[in-house]
Design a binder for this molecule. Structure first.
Ligand SMILES: NC(=O)c1ccc[n+]([C@@H]2O[C@H](COP(=O)([O-])OP(=O)(O)OC[C@H]3O[C@@H](n4cnc5c(N)ncnc54)[C@H](O)[C@@H]3O)[C@@H](O)[C@H]2O)c1
Length: 271
């Protein structure tokens, strides 16, 4: 996809953060937008910020498989085609493997993994039918390396990466005109830490403050990097200098990155 003008773009989790910034950036490129979120107020604010673009908003919980499939049909009916799907909606959890509850683990997997998987599969026939489609799945740097107290989020984001990289190869082998990108943001200054669930012995306040300190990139900058990556058909889109650093560390050190993360975590997470 070399040009986004008049393309129909679907963005989940568009009521805040990266999803909102993506909606605004895509509106500026001339996209027609199908925006969804569970947060209707945030979604309405995003729509208001996409001035000049054709925008429809949908209340959608991405952890609801049947709702996602119904949404895909609805968007295809409303717009007549679908070109770009960005599975962005996500949540975070900070809890050790020993301490996290089954309920919190399931919550993360249902939204961060199954939301992406169902979003991809539900829209794929429409993207293929468009003749010029693109799936963009939002993983994380935590889809590249494991980090203490992020096992559930790590599991979901590694799964998104594996699922997405497999799909990209399938689309090429099947000669389908659907591009596929996996996005790995570093720390982006959004609401994600405020909305996160925490294990019962976590110091939520300290973790949220810590996140605000290390989140280097604005959502607007992140959205511009992602849009540029889409236009260049990048398979892996790294967002922010921290993401580039973590990706490099992973390539150079392999699994030997772990003692470095341990050292960082001892000072910052186990205090
Ligand atoms: N902010 C970061 O540092 C960072 C880093 C790496 C990856 N990410 C990923 O980026 C994506 C966007 O996160 P963000 O940082 O913009 O966070 P955010 O909290 O600002 O926005 C997330 C949006 O997803 C929505 N959402 C939550 N649960 C939902 C559900 N069940 N169905 C539909 N929508 C739902 C929220 O209402 C919110 O509007 C997520 O997948 C997140 O994991 C974020």
């Amino acid at each position: 996809m070399k040009d986004l003008n008049n393309r129909v773009a679907v963005v989940t989790g568009a009521g805040s953060g990266i999803g909102r910034a993506l909606a605004v950036a895509l509106a500026e490129k001339g996209c027609r937008l199908a925006l969804s979120d569970v947060n209707e107020t945030g979604l309405a604010e995003t729509a208001a910020g996409c001035s000049g673009a054709e925008v429809r908003t949908y209340t959608l919980d991405v952890s609801d498989r049947d709702a996602i499939y119904a949404h895909a049909e609805q968007v295809a009916r409303d717009f007549g085609q679908v070109n770009l799907v960005i599975n962005n909606a996500g949540v975070a959890l900070s809890a050790s493997v020993r301490e996290m509850t089954d309920d919190d683990f399931k919550w993360i997997m249902d939204i961060d993994f199954w939301g992406v998987a169902h979003g991809t599969r539900a829209f794929l026939p429409h993207l293929i039918a468009s003749g010029d489609g693109h799936v963009v799945n939002i993983s994380s740097v935590f889809g590249l390396i494991g980090v203490p107290k992020q096992s559930a989020y790590n599991a979901a984001k590694f799964a998104v990466r594996g699922f997405t990289e497999s799909l990209r190869q399938e689309m090429k082998l099947e000669k389908q005109s659907v591009a596929v990108s996996c996005v790995h943001p570093g720390g982006i200054r959004t609401n994600i830490a405020n909305a996160a669930r925490m294990g019962k012995s976590e110091n939520a306040e300290a973790q949220r403050k810590g996140f605000d300190k290390i989140a280097m990139t604005t959502p607007e900058k992140a959205a511009n990097i992602i849009v540029r990556g889409i236009l260049k058909d990048e398979s892996r889109i790294l967002v922010g200098p921290d993401a580039w650093g973590i990706d490099a560390l992973n390539r150079v050190l392999g699994s030997a990155y772990q003692p470095l993360v341990e050292r960082f975590s001892r000072k910052n997470l186990y205090v």
